[in-house]
Design a protein around this ligand. Sequence first.
Ligand code: NAD
Ligand code: WQD
Length: 337
Amino acid sequence: MTIFVTGGAGYIGSHTIIELLNNGYDVVAADNFINSKPEAVKRIKELAQRDFVFYEMDVRDSVKLEKVFTENKIDCVIHFAGLKAVGESVSKPLEYYENNLNSAIALCEAMKKHNVSRIIFSSSATVYSGDNTMPLTEDSHTGGCINPYGWTKYMCEQILTDTVNANEGWAVALLRYFNPIGAHESGRIGEDPQDIPNNLMPFVAQTAVGKFTHINVKGTDYDTPDGTCIRDYIHVVDLAEGHVAAVKYIQNQTGVKIINLGTGRGVSVLELISAFEEATGVNIKKENAPRRPGDLPVSYASTEKAKKELAWSAKKTLKEACADSWRWQKSNPNGYE
Ligand code: NAD
Ligand code: WQD
């Protein structure tokens, strides 16, 4: 079975391709390297010890998509490609809507033309609104997004839902990821943010490697046990395995399947920093800082549906995730450069 992976050189895409190849799937991948490097593709091949077809292309380019679907017999699509920097989406909303929505639309058009009826989409816990009780189930309220990035995920979910409902026999898995961290245990591939990291774990790892003097703990007066925000940090390899489970699952389904991919475990900012220190032996200097606008105090997943439908659950510990993030950061202080 051949899986077309868009955004295959990115953080989650690269780890997922390895798991797909290890599980006997053939892979065709595409990326325009807007937020990744060709070196990632080389390293995926090296780690999996298997080759796969790769197209350097923009997923919005329908001519190139036509080539992909003509030259390969695609059975299922995993759509990772997209822009994901929350802050940048506020200053460049049109780029975010243009890229994230049009890539999904172009992909669906190509699928339709070539009778490919199975797609897995990278959605996000960011689609859940702030008025929910924890844990977040797939039926929790969505919308009320606080940045254009979040709205692109919300709108893509709607575009895919409408497309699947209009095309008999189609199936989509809308996978809502919580907070992916960690790296492949080899330390050869990992998260490679282009500028100053927005997210907590890459900032902690880059502080440990000496790129920053300290980490700002953004908000220490939340109504949580230690006053800092609580998130559901999931190891990227667990997440990648979740995609393999979703590929298997979706073959026998039709319609729209929404599934959270998280651990179900809430971890505070201070707990994450302590776990990193414990796993690596590196001391991280921290300073209390004001709240980051828009942050929800608490967000973690209900994992029941993923267990029931995908027969999948996250296996790796927070400590393993910290050790793996560190191994990647330490051996690649400048990412893939
Ligand atoms: P990433 O930026 O590392 O990977 C995305 C890849 O898509 C990059 O390699 C980029 O070059 C490529 N790309 C972007 N636009 C493209 C286009 N038009 N054509 C071809 N390639 C294009 O991000 P990631 O962390 O691996 O995230 C993958 C997906 O998961 C994204 O859609 C993201 O929004 C979603 N997601 C990520 C997180 C997270 O915290 N990392 C959480 C929830 C959802
Ligand atoms: C976690 C906690 C920060 C940096 C984001 C996106 C979301 C999703 C995952 C894609 C928060 C605190 C952070 C720092 C800090 N991505 N923090 N100091 O906000 O849950 O989600 O990534 O879909 O859309 O918004 O994750 O890692 O940015 O922050 O104290 O230097 O760490 O305030 O409480 P978040 P995060």
